[in-house]
Design a protein around this ligand. Structure first.
Ligand code: NAD
Length: 453
């Protein structure tokens, strides 16, 4: 704790005031790397042909982004809701074969890869079938809907030697790459505390999406939607607001924590599961019959640090990461990364000696100065040493993430966000939900591959 007195360090800073006044935070704009194939024609043998399975909101965003990735082509789309067929063609700006039954696409020998952007509870079935059919897979996050699903998916991908990438796109963002560079440089010192949050404050962000007027049992394959979930009569609320229901979605943890966990795992180079999670929160505002809370806070124990995550659907502060080291702090906020070093120069403990008799205090100070001859050098100015990196306008990490996947399909090198990475991140979400729903600490038993209360 610091007192309000005029400390030696204040004095040093004041003495260097003229220099400090001229100092400014260093701002830079990050530059994206050129995409593979962007500088010339891509040989037909290098083109990757893929199909999309699930062409809802996310599926169409991915299809539109794929138009910016050189050397790839969507050649078919599958979705259970007919209007999404039209939406997919709109996103692709062309016609493609359309079907409700994704298995017919897996039979096609001219398709190398699939993008899976279905509701979470369908990921495992489609993923395992795609592996068996020899397709490489870009699968949306959270990779799994249950703990068991995740391990079945890892096994299926590895048995069939498939290239897999999970869709938490921050892992391919140039912003997170810079954050990782700073983290790896050691400039943060020892990092024991990490905090991240994602707060949003609108009904769409809370999954209360509008129900399209043409939604009915003729336009939607309800029977297939229910595969892997309990039987129920047709209910468009469940089809369109599936994230609110544990039968199909994974709540705020699966929707948003997964990005925070993936970002933290990527920056810190962690490829494991937290050992323990404890959650708090509640359903305060969106009391519309959903199974999940609209506020969740989870504390995770990792071997070398602790992580605190929050997601609040009743505030608009957006996305935030803080990596708190004993030499510096790294903050990621939406489109910027900020590194701020700390003044770690030695300092006399003037707080403790404040009430010592004067002669003892002087003696202490003289001795301290003799032991720290270089301590008065004006070498630290927090402002001058702070670095801020911004994303360029219009930068889209979804394009970079897809490009990484398609490069891996060509090179056969494993992606960074591969099936194991995706499984670990999703397990973090399952731990958070387990702890919240069971009101207990959720302990990860790695040998048994089970969450224990
Ligand atoms: N990476 C991100 O930032 C991000 C953002 C949003 C959503 N997502 C993820 O993308 C996935 C889809 O989310 P969404 O918002 O697009 O949901 P959505 O409800 O808009 O779309 C899902 C679509 O999948 C289709 N579908 C389901 N099962 C199918 C099957 N067996 N065969 C063919 N189609 C099937 C449905 O008909 C529906 O149109 C989810 O896993 C979600 O978590 C990721």
């Amino acid at each position: 704790m610091k007192n309000d007195s005029w400390t030696r360090r204040n004095f040093i800073l004041a003495g260097t005031g003229a220099a400090a006044a001229g100092a400014a935070i260093k701002y830079s704009v990050l530059e994206p790397s050129p995409l593979w194939g962007s500088s010339g024609r891509v040989a037909p043998s290098d083109r990757v042909r893929f199909a999309a399975i699930g062409a809802g909101i996310r599926g169409c965003i991915l299809l539109r982004a794929s138009l910016q990735v050189p050397g790839v082509e969507c050649v078919a789309v599958s979705d259970l809701y007919d209007s999404r067929h039209t939406a997919a063609e709109l996103a692709l700006k062309k016609s493609v074969p359309l079907t409700r039954d994704y298995r017919t696409l897996l039979d096609r020998k001219d398709i190398d890869a699939v993008i899976i952007a279905t509701m979470d509870h369908q990921h495992r079935r489609v993923f395992v079938d795609a592996c068996a059919a020899g397709k490489d897979i870009y699968c949306e996050k959270p990779m799994s809907h249950t703990v068991e699903d995740g391990f079945l998916m890892v096994e299926a991908a590895q048995k069939a030697s498939r290239i897999v990438q999970i869709g938490s796109q921050r892992v391919s963002s140039i912003l997170y790459a810079r954050a990782k560079e700073i983290y790896d440089s050691g400039r943060l010192g020892e990092v024991y505390a990490i905090q991240a949050s994602w707060d949003r404050n609108n009904p769409g962000g809370a999954f209360v999406c509008p129900i399209p007027p043409d939604a009915n049992e003729q336009t939607i394959d309800w029977k297939t939607f229910l595969e892997g979930a309990p039987q129920r009569p047709f209910d468009p609320i469940r089809f369109f607001r599936w994230r609110c229901f544990s039968d199909y979605g994974s709540g705020l943890a699966g929707d948003l924590f997964v990005h925070l966990i993936s970002g933290i795992h990527f920056v810190t180079g962690t490829n494991t599961v937290a050992q323990r999670a404890q959650s708090a929160g509640g359903l305060f505002h969106y009391k519309d019959g959903r199974d999940f809370p609209d506020l969740i806070e989870t504390f995770y124990d990792y071997p070398n640090f602790r992580v605190m995550l929050r997601c609040n659907l009743n505030n608009d502060q957006g996305e935030f990461f803080g990596f708190y080291g004993n030499k510096g702090t790294l903050v990621i906020r939406e489109s910027s990364v900020t590194y701020t070093p700390q003044d770690t120069r030695p300092e006399p403990d003037d707080y403790t000696v404040m009430w010592w008799p004067e002669h003892q205090r002087k003696e202490y100070m003289q001795q301290w100065e003799a032991e720290h001859p270089s301590a008065s050098a004006p070498k630290f100015d927090a402002k001058k040493e702070t670095e801020v990196y911004n994303l360029p306008r219009n930068y889209d990490d979804v394009v970079d993430h897809q490009a990484r996947f398609f490069e891996a399909v060509r090179s056969r090198n494993k992606t960074v966000e591969n099936e194991e990475f995706g499984n670990n991140a999703a397990l973090g979400c399952h731990l958070a939900n387990y702890a919240y729903l069971n009101r207990t600490a959720a302990v990860w038993d790695a040998d048994a591959r089970e969450i224990k209360g």
